[in-house]
Design a protein around this ligand. Structure first.
Ligand code: NAD
Length: 352
């Protein structure tokens, strides 16, 4: 018998084409919010404007200053703007960066967040916030930052370039993979993770073949939902830890780094997590999940090596040291030497 604890997250999810403008006002109304600040990144400002317009009188401003990894000065400014506008809630429109800013506004002010995701990062489904100060990223868990309502609009993702769609999608698959072998995995979450990985990997092939395929875009967001929810319900392991170090200390791009590292982190853990590998294998229709992911990302044109992402070979030992500094959950024991092996393989990019 497998023992477990499971806690449902108190949020609503809406998925349908056009929902960013047709559903967001109704979601605000359900939550009793009448003075919403819409936040986005600079490049997502047009989309965010459309959401703000749809909210009409329930929108008190648009703040298009979100940046990757939520620098503390960006967060300070957004909180100031939200308070000055007398906002009672926040609508975060965009990828993980915009949603990350919404979460920090929630953390500081207690305002509820509605998320309207435009990538497959899955951040909207987790109570994890991040904040970057003096070049170091801090993260934490707080139920108050979990969006109260998530509006998935496949039309919003039609503009996401194929390259970013693929890497962002594999970022989501990484959430599912680590949820499957997490110490706090539970049966329902494992089903979500497996189905999320299946939906996402299938959808990515469709998106790469035709980025305007609304059905494939919808399936990818469905996958992002499930993978993100699995991440939100469990404790992350070696893969997320490594990517955190590579992004935080060496400035490597988030989704691309996840895409490159995942097959090697999974190959390292495979022998210690046979059930998780079997579930992931079912999702990928392969008996070699790490190899299948490596093949998929290469076939869809994603980067395959840390060298391609600009890491220097000399950084590998520094990264291995940083990723083993603190103890954390992982199915296979972690040693600096073992992690260095994972990093060396990911640096070279050969078949795991
Ligand atoms: P991002 O939000 O930084 O977006 C990447 C780029 O894509 C940006 O330039 C953005 O303008 C553009 N973009 C976004 N949506 C687009 C669209 N539909 N069309 C065209 N361009 C679009 O990247 P991301 O990968 O979504 O998020 C990364 C951030 O999210 C990182 O800071 C990461 O740490 C965080 N994250 C957090 C969690 C969590 O649970 N807390 C989970 C995943 C990611």
């Amino acid at each position: 018998m497998r023992e477990f604890a499971y806690e449902a997250q108190p949020m609503r999810v809406v998925l349908r084409p056009g929902a960013s403008v047709t559903a967001t006002p109704g979601e605000a109304e359900r939550l009793g919010l009448r003075r919403l600040l819409v936040v986005s990144g600079a490049r997502g400002a047009d989309t965010a404007r459309a959401v703000a317009d749809a909210l009409g009188g329930a929108c008190v401003g648009l703040h298009a200053e979100a940046r990757m990894h939520v620098p503390v000065e960006v967060a300070d400014r957004a909180v100031e703007v939200a308070r000055a506008a007398g906002a009672d809630g926040c609508v975060a429109v965009g990828g993980g960066s915009a949603i990350g800013l919404g979460k920090v506004i929630a953390l500081r002010t207690g305002m509820p967040v509605i998320a309207v995701p435009s990538t497959y990062s899955g951040s909207e489904m987790t109570p994890v916030w991040g904040l970057t100060e003096h070049g170091a990223k801090r993260t934490g868990r707080d139920p108050s930052v979990l969006p109260r309502s998530v509006v998935y609009d496949p039309e919003l993702t039609l503009s996401l370039p194929v390259g970013l769609s693929v890497t962002s999608g594999i970022n989501a698959v990484a959430h599912a993979a680590e949820a499957l072998y997490a110490p706090d995995a539970s049966p329902l979450v494992s089903l979500m993770a497996e189905e999320g990985a299946r939906a996402m990997t299938g959808a990515l092939t469709g998106v790469a073949a035709d980025p305007r395929d609304l059905d494939a875009r919808g399936r990818a967001l469905y996958g992002a939902w499930l993978c993100g929810a699995a991440l939100g319900a469990t404790t992350m392991g070696l893969h997320h830890k490594l990517c955190h170090v590579l992004g935080g200390t060496f400035g490597l791009p988030h989704a691309e780094t996840h895409t490159v590292v995942l097959p090697y982190a999974l190959a390292y853990n495979a022998s210690a997590a046979p059930e998780a590998m079997a579930a992931l294998g079912r999702a990928l229709d392969s008996d070699d999940a790490p190899g299948a992911l490596w093949e998929l990302s290469g076939r869809l044109g994603a980067p395959r090596s840390l060298a391609e992402l600009g890491l220097r070979e000399a950084d590998l030992t520094v990264a291995a040291h940083a990723a083993t500094g603190q103890a954390y959950a992982n199915p296979r024991p972690i040693s600096e030497e073992g992690v260095l092996g994972v990093l060396r393989s990911a640096y070279a990019g050969d078949r795991p």
